[in-house]
Design a protein around this ligand. Structure first.
Ligand SMILES: [Zn+2]
Ligand SMILES: [Zn+2]
Ligand SMILES: [Zn+2]
Length: 72
């Protein structure tokens, strides 16, 4: 935590649940997930950091997506 989150600075403490400091992992096939185990809702709007799971390189999605492309 570096204390520079504008949303934390702007809102009272009970508004912090509106956003998340974790990184949202956007899966191609699976449900989205967040690196913060306390994350209330893994949706894009609540996260400033969003990455695609393909960037991680070792997700089941990438395997399935490759299979899907080869099949068509
Ligand atoms: Zn914040
Ligand atoms: Zn994935
Ligand atoms: Zn989160």
């Amino acid at each position: 935590m570096n204390g520079t989150c504008t949303e934390c600075a702007a809102g009272p403490e009970n508004d912090r649940s509106d956003h998340c400091h974790g990184t949202l992992i956007r899966h191609e096939v699976l449900a989205f997930e967040c690196t913060d185990p306390q994350c209330a809702s893994p949706v894009e709007v609540r996260h400033r950091l969003v990455i695609d799971c393909v960037e991680l390189g070792d997700c089941a999605c990438t395997v399935r997506a490759t299979e899907f492309r080869q099949a068509s």
